[in-house]
Design a protein. Sequence first.
Length: 131
Amino acid sequence: MPIVSQEVADAFKMLAPDDVQLFPVTVEGAPERYCIVNALKTVDCIDEANCEGLQPYEQDDPHPEHQGAYRWISGLRIDSAKAEGALVLRPMKFKTAFIVSEAIKDALEQIGNLGISFERVTGPRKKKGGH
C-alpha cells in the first residue's frame, strides 16, 4: 500500500472518495503528515490477450489465495470497459498493481516530485524500440 503525503491523500480524497480508504500514519522523524492509501475496488479487468507476459503462480503454491492469480505481469494491459468506473483499483488476479485513472494521474503530476512513475495500461501496447 502506498504511503503518501497529506497533499496527495487530499487529491485522492477529493477525486476518488468512493475508491480509496485513507489511514493517517506517522513516519518516524518526519514532521509532515502521511497517509496509507488503500484501493477499495478489486476488479477483474486484466486484458490477458494484450499483456506482454503473464507469470502465473505455480499450481503447487502453498497459498490457496494465489490460485488463478499472477505472480508477475509484464506489459500489463487492462480492459477499461471492465473497470466498473473505478478511478483507483487493483486488478483481481494481480493485486500488486495499483491503477489510477488519467484524472488522478494528472492531479498527482500537478503536485509533483512524488518519486513515482506512471505507465499506461490501457490501449495498444507500444512496440519495443518505440515503433
